[in-house]
Design a protein around this ligand. Structure first.
Ligand SMILES: [Fe+2]
Length: 385
């Protein structure tokens, strides 16, 4: 016989003669076979030993064939189950198949039919196991690839953010008045966004938008950008184009498309008096409405060539006064709910980060020098300020 002898079959029948006869015939056909005369015994044996197939009688006192089938589907689902029935029980045999039996065998047994049925059931189980293994392999592979992809995405995100920081720092460097300004307004904005329940993604977009809000100033001539005195109406008009230039620059970059909206609308006023579109109220993205408050807070508290930075109380009074005019009253409410210490702490944290980066740039030649990395850019920006 060509059946591999390692297949183990458990015969369960309350008639010991049938058990004896069937195990002998199965052994003769090349199977390893063992028998017991009740469902209870079968469950005991199955809890200790592994079988490839079970041939069980349908009608037994105590645990019936159908009960044994249900129990084995739970405890040994990978073992093939064949139900032995009399001719009068064929419909029950079909029921058994619906409940997970691989086949039913008619009594009295015809050994040829039993062997064919067994082989088919074992082959089916083998294929099931192979499929399960393949599926598991695929799942492992997908999981591993997902991890790799996530970590690559994370590295890309970090690179993006470092690039943005460098860009913003380079801009701060050009515009003497605002050394560290981009970083501070970003941190201020995020503090308010946190209290407005921004999602992780909204948070990220606000961070990028705030960092890059004045990126368009790259396109403003020095004579206007750095002019010490008051700008003429023509010069003001040119200066105001920085929001559109910034939008043009950022909206083309896929990962900045939402942040670009903040760049475009960061000079809008809640009452419609801002530029470039004169948007009103909720027409202005929430991120830009938050940014506007952060921008004013930083402008008032920072030194200017012609004056020292003023205390928090001055900024607070100004922001409160402009609630409903320049600023969204809801955002102002959030701003006012945050204690002065928090703003002061953020401000000193921002300057610490810059000092830290300056030291890093001194340690690492790659980061050193005007345009060589964030550290270098921040260093020069700080000197300029
Ligand atoms: Fe601006």
């Amino acid at each position: 016989m060509d059946v591999k002898p390692q297949f183990r079959v458990l015969v369960v029948d309350d008639d010991p003669t049938i058990c004896k006869l069937l195990t002998a015939k199965l052994k003769f056909s090349g199977f390893m076979s063992q028998s017991c005369t009740s469902g209870e015994d079968a469950l005991k044996i199955l809890s200790k030993e592994k079988f490839d197939a079970i041939i069980s009688d349908l009608n037994m006192p105590g645990i019936s064939g159908l009960d044994l089938l249900a129990a084995t589907r739970r405890i040994v689902p990978h073992t093939a189950f064949l139900m032995a029935t009399g001719v009068s029980d064929v419909s029950v045999g079909v029921t058994a198949m619906k409940q997970g039996a691989a086949d039913y065998l008619l009594k009295p047994f015809q050994m040829e039919a039993v062997v064919v049925s067994l082989r088919r059931a074992l082959e089916m189980k083998r294929m099931e196991a192979e499929l399960a293994e393949y599926r598991q392999h695929l799942e492992n592979m997908v999981e591993q690839r997902t991890k790799q992809l996530k970590s690559a995405m994370h590295r890309i995100e970090l690179t993006y953010d470092e690039t943005l920081e460098a860009l913003a720092a380079a801009l701060d460097l050009r515009d003497n008045d605002t050394a560290g300004h981009s970083q501070r307004v970003t941190l201020y904005s995020l503090e308010m966004a946190k209290r407005l329940n921004f999602s992780g993604d909204e948070h990220k977009q606000l961070e990028r938008g705030a960092y890059l809000h004045d990126i368009g100033k790259i396109g403003i001539p020095d004579a206007i950008l750095l002019k010490p005195g008051k700008l003429t109406p023509e010069e003001t008009a040119i200066m105001q184009t920085h929001v559109r230039i910034g939008y043009e620059l950022t909206s083309r970059v896929a990962f900045l498309s939402v942040a670009a909206q903040i760049v475009l609308t960061h000079q809008e006023c809640f009452n419609g008096g801002g530029y470039p579109q004169g948007l009103k109220g909720e027409e202005i993205p929430l991120g830009a409405r938050i940014f506007a408050v952060a921008d004013t807070l930083d402008a008032i508290m920072s030194d200017r060539p012609y004056r020292r930075g003023r205390p928090y109380s001055v900024a607070r009074a100004e922001i409160e006064r402009e609630s409903g005019r320049q600023f969204d009253p809801e955002v102002v409410k959030v701003f006012l709910s945050i204690p002065e210490e928090t703003w002061v702490k953020i401000r000193s944290q921002a300057s610490e980060t810059r000092t830290e980066l300056r030291h890093k740039s001194a340690d690492h030649p790659a980061l050193n020098g005007g345009s060589g990395g964030i550290g270098g850019a921040l260093d020069l920006a700080a000197q300029a300020g």
